[in-house]
Design a protein around this ligand. Structure first.
Ligand code: CP3
Length: 331
Protein backbone atom coordinates (compact mmCIF):
# COMPACT_ATOMS: atom_id res chain seq x y z
CA UNK A 1 0.00 0.00 0.00
CA UNK A 2 1.37 3.46 -0.86
CA UNK A 3 2.18 5.87 1.97
CA UNK A 4 3.21 9.52 2.22
CA UNK A 5 2.53 12.18 4.86
CA UNK A 6 1.02 15.62 4.56
CA UNK A 7 3.65 18.07 5.87
CA UNK A 8 6.31 15.36 5.62
CA UNK A 9 8.86 18.08 4.80
CA UNK A 10 9.41 20.62 7.52
CA UNK A 11 9.96 21.01 11.19
CA UNK A 12 9.81 17.35 12.26
CA UNK A 13 13.13 16.85 10.41
CA UNK A 14 16.48 17.91 11.95
CA UNK A 15 17.95 18.33 8.45
CA UNK A 16 15.14 20.81 7.65
CA UNK A 17 15.71 22.75 10.89
CA UNK A 18 19.40 22.89 10.14
CA UNK A 19 18.85 24.14 6.60
CA UNK A 20 16.44 26.84 7.84
CA UNK A 21 18.31 27.90 10.99
CA UNK A 22 19.26 31.55 10.93
CA UNK A 23 18.45 31.70 7.23
CA UNK A 24 15.88 33.29 4.98
CA UNK A 25 12.21 33.66 5.95
CA UNK A 26 9.83 30.87 4.89
CA UNK A 27 8.25 32.84 2.02
CA UNK A 28 11.66 33.57 0.50
CA UNK A 29 12.60 29.91 0.76
CA UNK A 30 9.43 29.03 -1.19
CA UNK A 31 10.69 31.23 -4.06
CA UNK A 32 14.21 29.75 -4.03
CA UNK A 33 14.13 26.72 -6.31
CA UNK A 34 17.31 25.07 -4.98
CA UNK A 35 15.95 25.15 -1.42
CA UNK A 36 12.54 23.90 -2.59
CA UNK A 37 14.21 20.95 -4.33
CA UNK A 38 16.39 20.05 -1.35
CA UNK A 39 13.59 20.29 1.25
CA UNK A 40 11.17 18.31 -0.94
CA UNK A 41 13.72 15.50 -1.23
CA UNK A 42 14.60 15.31 2.49
CA UNK A 43 11.65 13.18 3.65
CA UNK A 44 11.90 10.92 0.58
CA UNK A 45 15.54 10.14 1.38
CA UNK A 46 14.93 9.65 5.07
CA UNK A 47 11.61 7.79 5.20
CA UNK A 48 11.35 6.06 1.82
CA UNK A 49 7.81 7.39 1.33
CA UNK A 50 6.07 6.55 -1.96
CA UNK A 51 5.56 10.16 -3.03
CA UNK A 52 7.15 13.55 -2.60
CA UNK A 53 5.02 16.64 -2.01
CA UNK A 54 6.39 19.89 -3.37
CA UNK A 55 7.74 22.10 -0.59
CA UNK A 56 5.74 25.30 -0.82
CA UNK A 57 2.78 26.92 0.91
CA UNK A 58 -0.84 27.63 0.01
CA UNK A 59 -0.11 31.37 0.35
CA UNK A 60 2.66 31.38 -2.30
CA UNK A 61 0.32 32.20 -5.25
CA UNK A 62 -1.22 35.03 -3.20
CA UNK A 63 2.24 36.56 -3.00
CA UNK A 64 2.59 36.04 -6.75
CA UNK A 65 -0.66 37.99 -7.18
CA UNK A 66 0.79 40.92 -5.24
CA UNK A 67 -0.87 40.28 -1.87
CA UNK A 68 1.21 41.51 1.04
CA UNK A 69 1.38 38.12 2.79
CA UNK A 70 4.20 36.69 4.86
CA UNK A 71 4.69 33.43 6.69
CA UNK A 72 5.73 34.28 10.23
CA UNK A 73 7.69 31.76 12.29
CA UNK A 74 5.51 29.78 14.73
CA UNK A 75 2.51 31.90 13.65
CA UNK A 76 1.72 31.09 10.02
CA UNK A 77 0.46 33.35 7.24
CA UNK A 78 -0.04 37.04 8.08
CA UNK A 79 -1.71 39.43 5.62
CA UNK A 80 -0.78 43.11 6.12
CA UNK A 81 -3.96 44.60 4.67
CA UNK A 82 -6.79 42.08 5.02
CA UNK A 83 -9.65 42.04 2.51
CA UNK A 84 -12.77 43.44 4.15
CA UNK A 85 -15.14 44.85 1.51
CA UNK A 86 -16.10 44.86 -2.16
CA UNK A 87 -13.65 47.61 -3.12
CA UNK A 88 -10.81 45.61 -1.54
CA UNK A 89 -11.82 42.68 -3.75
CA UNK A 90 -12.07 44.83 -6.87
CA UNK A 91 -8.50 46.02 -6.30
CA UNK A 92 -7.08 42.47 -6.51
CA UNK A 93 -4.93 41.71 -9.54
CA UNK A 94 -4.48 38.28 -11.14
CA UNK A 95 -1.42 36.18 -10.29
CA UNK A 96 1.35 36.38 -12.84
CA UNK A 97 2.50 32.86 -13.80
CA UNK A 98 5.92 34.35 -14.57
CA UNK A 99 6.34 35.24 -10.90
CA UNK A 100 6.02 31.52 -10.17
CA UNK A 101 9.03 30.59 -12.32
CA UNK A 102 11.01 29.46 -9.25
CA UNK A 103 8.27 26.93 -8.56
CA UNK A 104 8.23 25.52 -12.09
CA UNK A 105 12.05 25.38 -12.08
CA UNK A 106 11.93 23.38 -8.84
CA UNK A 107 9.32 20.97 -10.26
CA UNK A 108 11.45 20.43 -13.40
CA UNK A 109 14.53 19.54 -11.33
CA UNK A 110 12.55 17.39 -8.93
CA UNK A 111 10.94 15.21 -11.59
CA UNK A 112 14.48 14.36 -12.73
CA UNK A 113 15.92 13.80 -9.25
CA UNK A 114 13.00 11.74 -8.00
CA UNK A 115 13.16 9.11 -10.73
CA UNK A 116 10.21 6.76 -10.23
CA UNK A 117 8.92 8.48 -7.08
CA UNK A 118 5.91 10.61 -8.04
CA UNK A 119 5.76 14.31 -7.16
CA UNK A 120 2.53 15.73 -5.76
CA UNK A 121 1.73 19.38 -6.42
CA UNK A 122 -0.82 21.28 -4.35
CA UNK A 123 -2.77 24.44 -3.70
CA UNK A 124 -5.21 25.79 -1.14
CA UNK A 125 -8.92 25.75 -1.97
CA UNK A 126 -10.62 29.14 -2.38
CA UNK A 127 -12.43 28.93 0.99
CA UNK A 128 -9.30 28.20 3.03
CA UNK A 129 -7.35 30.93 1.21
CA UNK A 130 -10.25 33.34 1.82
CA UNK A 131 -9.99 32.77 5.59
CA UNK A 132 -6.37 33.99 5.58
CA UNK A 133 -7.10 36.97 3.32
CA UNK A 134 -10.13 38.15 5.27
CA UNK A 135 -9.00 37.38 8.84
CA UNK A 136 -5.43 38.53 8.12
CA UNK A 137 -4.08 35.27 9.55
CA UNK A 138 -5.06 32.15 11.43
CA UNK A 139 -8.46 32.18 13.08
CA UNK A 140 -10.51 30.16 15.52
CA UNK A 141 -14.08 31.04 14.59
CA UNK A 142 -13.63 32.68 11.17
CA UNK A 143 -15.85 35.56 12.30
CA UNK A 144 -14.98 38.07 9.59
CA UNK A 145 -14.91 35.40 6.89
CA UNK A 146 -18.41 34.22 7.69
CA UNK A 147 -19.62 37.80 8.16
CA UNK A 148 -18.61 38.63 4.56
CA UNK A 149 -19.85 35.28 3.23
CA UNK A 150 -23.30 35.68 4.79
CA UNK A 151 -23.60 39.48 4.89
CA UNK A 152 -22.07 40.56 1.58
CA UNK A 153 -22.57 37.67 -0.84
CA UNK A 154 -21.60 39.78 -3.88
CA UNK A 155 -18.19 40.68 -2.43
CA UNK A 156 -17.80 37.07 -1.31
CA UNK A 157 -18.56 35.68 -4.74
CA UNK A 158 -16.18 38.13 -6.46
CA UNK A 159 -13.41 37.21 -4.01
CA UNK A 160 -14.01 33.47 -4.43
CA UNK A 161 -13.89 33.67 -8.25
CA UNK A 162 -10.63 35.59 -7.99
CA UNK A 163 -9.25 32.97 -5.59
CA UNK A 164 -10.35 30.15 -7.89
CA UNK A 165 -8.23 31.76 -10.64
CA UNK A 166 -5.29 32.07 -8.21
CA UNK A 167 -5.58 28.39 -7.33
CA UNK A 168 -5.93 27.31 -10.96
CA UNK A 169 -2.87 29.35 -11.97
CA UNK A 170 -0.76 27.84 -9.17
CA UNK A 171 -1.83 24.29 -10.03
CA UNK A 172 -1.44 24.85 -13.79
CA UNK A 173 2.14 26.04 -13.33
CA UNK A 174 2.91 22.84 -11.38
CA UNK A 175 1.11 20.53 -13.82
CA UNK A 176 2.80 22.13 -16.83
CA UNK A 177 6.17 21.67 -15.13
CA UNK A 178 5.48 17.96 -14.61
CA UNK A 179 3.92 17.12 -11.23
CA UNK A 180 2.34 13.64 -11.27
CA UNK A 181 -0.69 14.39 -9.09
CA UNK A 182 -2.30 17.33 -7.33
CA UNK A 183 -3.95 17.85 -3.96
CA UNK A 184 -6.24 20.71 -3.02
CA UNK A 185 -6.17 21.57 0.69
CA UNK A 186 -9.45 22.98 2.01
CA UNK A 187 -8.16 22.69 5.54
CA UNK A 188 -10.73 24.94 7.23
CA UNK A 189 -13.90 24.11 5.25
CA UNK A 190 -14.97 21.88 8.15
CA UNK A 191 -16.13 25.11 9.85
CA UNK A 192 -19.08 25.19 7.43
CA UNK A 193 -22.43 23.41 7.52
CA UNK A 194 -23.22 21.31 4.47
CA UNK A 195 -25.72 23.91 3.24
CA UNK A 196 -23.27 26.78 3.55
CA UNK A 197 -20.49 24.70 2.00
CA UNK A 198 -22.69 23.90 -1.02
CA UNK A 199 -23.62 27.53 -1.46
CA UNK A 200 -20.45 29.42 -0.58
CA UNK A 201 -17.49 27.10 -1.27
CA UNK A 202 -18.34 24.11 -3.45
CA UNK A 203 -18.98 25.95 -6.77
CA UNK A 204 -15.52 27.53 -6.72
CA UNK A 205 -13.65 24.34 -5.80
CA UNK A 206 -15.65 22.43 -8.42
CA UNK A 207 -14.49 24.99 -10.98
CA UNK A 208 -10.86 24.48 -9.89
CA UNK A 209 -10.99 20.70 -10.37
CA UNK A 210 -12.91 21.02 -13.66
CA UNK A 211 -10.31 23.44 -15.02
CA UNK A 212 -7.51 20.98 -14.25
CA UNK A 213 -9.26 17.76 -15.33
CA UNK A 214 -7.70 17.92 -18.82
CA UNK A 215 -4.30 17.32 -17.17
CA UNK A 216 -5.35 13.71 -16.57
CA UNK A 217 -3.47 13.47 -13.26
CA UNK A 218 -4.89 12.00 -10.03
CA UNK A 219 -6.54 14.77 -7.98
CA UNK A 220 -7.06 14.74 -4.21
CA UNK A 221 -9.49 16.86 -2.23
CA UNK A 222 -8.71 17.20 1.48
CA UNK A 223 -10.18 19.03 4.47
CA UNK A 224 -10.20 18.78 8.26
CA UNK A 225 -13.34 18.08 10.31
CA UNK A 226 -15.31 17.53 7.12
CA UNK A 227 -17.44 14.44 7.89
CA UNK A 228 -20.59 16.41 7.03
CA UNK A 229 -19.04 17.61 3.74
CA UNK A 230 -17.39 14.45 2.38
CA UNK A 231 -20.06 13.61 -0.14
CA UNK A 232 -20.08 17.18 -1.51
CA UNK A 233 -16.27 17.26 -1.50
CA UNK A 234 -16.31 14.03 -3.50
CA UNK A 235 -18.74 15.65 -5.97
CA UNK A 236 -16.33 18.59 -6.38
CA UNK A 237 -13.79 16.26 -7.99
CA UNK A 238 -16.20 15.95 -10.93
CA UNK A 239 -14.81 13.86 -13.74
CA UNK A 240 -11.24 13.73 -12.43
CA UNK A 241 -9.29 10.91 -14.07
CA UNK A 242 -8.45 9.42 -10.67
CA UNK A 243 -10.38 11.10 -7.87
CA UNK A 244 -9.01 10.83 -4.30
CA UNK A 245 -10.80 12.00 -1.17
CA UNK A 246 -8.68 12.93 1.87
CA UNK A 247 -10.17 11.73 5.16
CA UNK A 248 -9.26 13.13 8.56
CA UNK A 249 -9.11 10.97 11.72
CA UNK A 250 -12.59 11.87 12.95
CA UNK A 251 -14.30 9.92 10.18
CA UNK A 252 -13.80 6.17 9.78
CA UNK A 253 -12.62 5.05 6.36
CA UNK A 254 -15.74 2.86 6.05
CA UNK A 255 -17.99 5.84 6.75
CA UNK A 256 -16.01 7.89 4.20
CA UNK A 257 -16.45 5.11 1.60
CA UNK A 258 -20.21 5.31 2.03
CA UNK A 259 -20.10 9.08 1.42
CA UNK A 260 -17.69 9.15 -1.54
CA UNK A 261 -18.72 8.72 -5.15
CA UNK A 262 -18.13 5.25 -6.66
CA UNK A 263 -14.63 4.98 -8.09
CA UNK A 264 -13.08 7.30 -5.49
CA UNK A 265 -9.82 6.34 -3.74
CA UNK A 266 -9.59 7.23 -0.03
CA UNK A 267 -6.49 8.77 1.55
CA UNK A 268 -5.84 8.88 5.30
CA UNK A 269 -6.37 8.90 8.20
CA UNK A 270 -4.11 8.27 11.19
CA UNK A 271 -4.49 10.85 13.96
CA UNK A 272 -1.16 12.78 13.80
CA UNK A 273 -1.18 12.97 17.60
CA UNK A 274 -1.09 9.15 17.83
CA UNK A 275 2.51 9.41 16.61
CA UNK A 276 3.41 11.34 19.78
CA UNK A 277 2.35 8.48 22.10
CA UNK A 278 5.30 6.16 21.46
CA UNK A 279 6.04 3.48 18.89
CA UNK A 280 3.79 0.66 20.24
CA UNK A 281 0.75 2.98 20.23
CA UNK A 282 1.65 4.29 16.78
CA UNK A 283 1.99 0.76 15.37
CA UNK A 284 -1.35 -0.32 16.78
CA UNK A 285 -2.98 2.79 15.32
CA UNK A 286 -1.40 2.12 11.90
CA UNK A 287 -2.76 -1.45 11.90
CA UNK A 288 -6.22 -0.15 12.80
CA UNK A 289 -6.18 2.35 9.90
CA UNK A 290 -5.07 -0.33 7.46
CA UNK A 291 -7.77 -2.77 8.48
CA UNK A 292 -10.38 0.02 8.28
CA UNK A 293 -9.03 0.82 4.81
CA UNK A 294 -9.50 -2.82 3.76
CA UNK A 295 -13.09 -2.70 4.96
CA UNK A 296 -13.57 0.57 3.10
CA UNK A 297 -12.38 -1.07 -0.12
CA UNK A 298 -14.79 -3.97 0.48
CA UNK A 299 -17.48 -1.33 0.96
CA UNK A 300 -16.73 0.20 -2.46
CA UNK A 301 -13.74 2.53 -2.17
CA UNK A 302 -11.48 2.25 -5.24
CA UNK A 303 -8.32 2.01 -3.12
CA UNK A 304 -6.53 3.29 -0.02
CA UNK A 305 -3.48 5.54 0.20
CA UNK A 306 -2.06 5.59 3.71
CA UNK A 307 -1.56 9.07 5.19
CA UNK A 308 -2.26 10.99 8.36
CA UNK A 309 -5.60 12.66 8.99
CA UNK A 310 -3.78 16.03 8.89
CA UNK A 311 -0.18 17.21 8.67
CA UNK A 312 2.82 15.86 10.58
CA UNK A 313 3.19 17.82 13.83
CA UNK A 314 6.58 19.49 14.40
CA UNK A 315 7.11 17.49 17.66
CA UNK A 316 6.88 14.14 15.84
CA UNK A 317 9.90 11.83 16.22
CA UNK A 318 11.09 11.26 12.63
CA UNK A 319 12.25 7.76 13.63
CA UNK A 320 8.63 6.84 14.31
CA UNK A 321 7.59 8.17 10.89
CA UNK A 322 10.17 5.90 9.22
CA UNK A 323 8.86 2.95 11.26
CA UNK A 324 5.33 3.74 10.13
CA UNK A 325 6.43 3.69 6.48
CA UNK A 326 8.14 0.29 6.99
CA UNK A 327 5.11 -1.13 8.77
CA UNK A 328 2.66 0.05 6.08
CA UNK A 329 4.88 -1.47 3.40
CA UNK A 330 5.17 -4.77 5.29
CA UNK A 331 1.40 -5.00 5.64
O1 CP3 B 1 5.66 18.34 3.17
C1 CP3 B 1 4.80 19.27 3.18
O2 CP3 B 1 3.59 19.02 3.11
C2 CP3 B 1 5.29 20.69 3.30
C3 CP3 B 1 4.68 21.64 2.35
C4 CP3 B 1 3.55 22.48 2.93
C5 CP3 B 1 3.71 23.63 3.76
N1 CP3 B 1 2.49 24.22 3.90
C6 CP3 B 1 4.99 24.13 4.32
C7 CP3 B 1 4.96 24.96 5.54
C8 CP3 B 1 2.20 22.36 2.66
C9 CP3 B 1 1.50 21.25 1.87
C10 CP3 B 1 1.54 23.46 3.26
C11 CP3 B 1 0.12 23.73 3.10
C12 CP3 B 1 -0.55 24.66 4.01
N2 CP3 B 1 -0.12 25.87 4.49
C13 CP3 B 1 -1.87 24.47 4.49
C14 CP3 B 1 -2.76 23.30 4.16
C15 CP3 B 1 -2.32 22.08 4.91
C16 CP3 B 1 -2.76 22.06 6.36
O3 CP3 B 1 -1.86 21.88 7.19
O4 CP3 B 1 -3.94 22.17 6.62
C17 CP3 B 1 -2.19 25.57 5.30
C18 CP3 B 1 -3.48 25.78 6.06
C19 CP3 B 1 -1.07 26.45 5.28
C20 CP3 B 1 -0.93 27.77 5.95
C21 CP3 B 1 0.20 27.69 6.92
N3 CP3 B 1 1.53 27.88 6.56
C22 CP3 B 1 0.16 27.33 8.29
C23 CP3 B 1 -1.08 27.06 9.08
C24 CP3 B 1 1.50 27.30 8.75
C25 CP3 B 1 2.02 26.81 10.09
C26 CP3 B 1 2.22 27.87 11.12
C27 CP3 B 1 3.15 27.34 12.19
O5 CP3 B 1 4.29 27.83 12.25
O6 CP3 B 1 2.76 26.42 12.94
C28 CP3 B 1 2.33 27.65 7.66
C29 CP3 B 1 3.79 27.74 7.66
C30 CP3 B 1 4.46 26.57 7.03
N4 CP3 B 1 4.10 26.01 5.83
C31 CP3 B 1 5.58 25.87 7.55
C32 CP3 B 1 5.90 24.88 6.63
C33 CP3 B 1 7.04 23.91 6.70
C34 CP3 B 1 6.31 26.21 8.86
C35 CP3 B 1 7.20 27.40 8.63
C36 CP3 B 1 8.67 27.14 8.90
O7 CP3 B 1 9.13 26.00 8.90
O8 CP3 B 1 9.38 28.15 9.09
Amino acid sequence: MPVWFMRQAGRSLPEYRQLRSGGAPMMEVCFDSDSVVEITLQPVRRHGVDAAILFSDITVPLRAAGVDVDIVNEVGPVVQRPVRCRSDVDAMTPPNPLSLTAISDAVHSLTGELGDVPLIGFAGAPFTLATYLIEGGASRHFERTKAMMLGDPDAWSALMWWLAEVTITFLRVQVDAGVDAIQVFDSWSGALSLNDYRRYALPYTTHVFASLSDAGVPMTHFGVGTTQLLSAMSDALGNAAEPVLGVDWRTSMVDAASRARPGTVLQGNLDPVALLAGLPVAEQAVRAVISEGRRAVQAGAAGHIFNLGHGVLPATDPGILTEVVNLVHSL
